[in-house]
Design a protein around this ligand. Structure first.
Ligand code: NIG
Ligand code: FE
Length: 433
């Protein structure tokens, strides 16, 4: 087996063994842990992985291969952040202060704050300004171990301003080591100029879809289907038009109130539905149902949970992760990084909240932050695992045991990050000798 990249001396390796679809129920606890392991890659893809004594005899290093000594540390797949809003201008610390005094997210939004205040700032920013800022955010995500992230538009709400955001994502896809999956979220809010004309705005969003498709600017279309946002019938119209054009589908579902958005997402074969704080029993059952036919090609609607958002909004109870997992729904995690409801961009922090607030186990949180998140963004056959054939997106942690990652609350436990077998981030010592 020829390899151009080798990591030796791995104390504990988290493989996250893949299956035909996202992991459900008890499967989410199987991390495929290997002790005293090595991992070899070629052309950015894992070619051999397992216990040193078994793997090393079969590995031949190409001339110039890079060899990394992990020093007995924990090594795992790069994190996949299944839900972010990376491209925006401005911050909303004034609203955060107002919320701390008891004002609600919806109340602030109804008075022209919330999403619409970020829309104003984002419309006023140039593409270059947005790109520079988003790049900085992405650098911070990478430093926290994220190697793949989904990200949405939704702070433009005119064709030109939505394209400006998606164009930033396209540029970052070309120039940044973090792989990005792009989602069009024109249906994030009804913009000020369409006040009182919801129907017309829904029509305008549907009208943007063919051109977004033609320009190849997004893989997914998402709708914020909730109280104060879009209704279930409006969401269905938009998603139907998007599905007909070949977009993958996502829904911001049942976050603030139950609306039936999860049921709709499952019925329409969405790739994910996200938030789910108020999901119904029926919605959970639909998520738990395994699709009929070939598992690897069937649609699994993944439940993407965003516990940093509910914590940041001051909610003591998050999404019903236990009930979802115990019923057999595939659960993934994301940060939801955005200026309004979650300013955190660290997946290790999200894993802590998943364990402490949502009562997921560290094993479930690891699967949800890697392989299941990859399925939630349509990449579950390529990233999120370190099995042979998967991309060599690898994190070397300053830790020895995978349970340290959620346990060390608020730390950055990442030592080095490799993207397709190339070092892209390293925690360098402050004093070098
Ligand atoms: O996922 N829920 C809708 N969208 C974002 C919030 C965006 C904002 O407040 O700017 C979310 O939480
Ligand atoms: Fe969101």
């Amino acid at each position: 087996m020829n390899a151009d990249f080798l990591i030796t001396n791995i104390g504990q390796l988290v493989v996250v063994p893949p299956g035909a679809g996202p992991k459900r129920g008890r499967e989410m606890r199987d991390l495929g842990i290997v002790r005293d392991a090595v991992l070899a890659a070629r052309d950015g893809v894992v070619v051999a992985v397992g216990p040193r004594d078994e793997v090393m005899p079969g590995v031949t290093l190409c001339p110039g291969a890079s060899v990394v000594d992990a020093g007995g540390r924990l090594v795992g797949p790069g994190f996949v952040d299944a839900h972010t809003h990376l491209v925006f201008a401005g911050w909303r610390h004034e609203e955060y202060a107002m919320r701390s005094e008891g004002r609600s997210y919806l109340e602030i939004a109804e008075q022209g704050g919330g999403i619409l205040s970020t829309v104003r700032a984002t419309r006023n920013a140039t593409l270059e300004e947005l790109e520079a800022r988003s790049r900085e955010f992405l650098d911070l995500m990478l430093a926290s171990g994220t190697t793949t992230a989904e990200t949405k538009s939704g702070y433009g709400l005119t064709f030109e301003d939505e394209v400006k955001q998606l164009e930033v994502v396209r540029r970052l896809k070309e120039h940044h080591p973090v792989s990005l999956v792009s989602t069009f979220l024109g249906a994030h809010a009804v913009p000020e100029e369409y006040k009182g004309q919801r129907e017309a705005y829904v029509g305008s969003v549907i009208g943007m879809l063919p051109e977004i498709r033609r320009l190849n600017l997004a893989e997914f279309v998402d709708v914020f289907c909730d109280a104060g946002a879009f209704t279930v019938p409006e969401t269905e119209r938009i998603l139907r038009a998007a599905g007909d054009l070949g977009f993958g589908l996502k829904v911001h579902a049942d976050e603030l109130e139950w609306t039936g958005a999860t049921e709709l997402a499952c019925r329409m074969g969405a790739t994910s539905c996200d938030h789910l704080l108020r999901v119904s029993d029926e919605g959970m059952d639909m998520l738990a149902r395994r699709p009929l036919g070939d598992e690897s090609t069937a649609t699994h609607t993944v439940a993407v949970l965003l516990p940093a958002t509910s914590v940041f909004l001051g909610k003591t109870r998050g999404a019903p992760a236990r009930a979802l997992i115990d019923r057999g729904a595939p659960v993934a995690l994301g940060t939801d990084f955005n200026p309004g409801t979650c300013t955190a961009l660290s997946m290790p922090l999200v894993m802590t909240l998943a364990c402490s607030v949502l009562h997921m186990s560290p094993e479930e949180a690891f699967t949800a932050a890697t392989l299941n998140a990859a399925w939630a963004v349509g990449l579950g056959d390529r990233v999120g695992s370190l099995e042979r054939g998967y991309e060599a997106d690898i994190v070397v942690f300053d830790a020895c045991d995978y349970r340290e990652i959620p346990y060390r609350f608020g730390w950055n436990p990442v030592s080095r990050v490799y993207k397709k077998g190339r070092e892209v981030w390293s925690k360098r010592p402050v004093v070098e000798d």
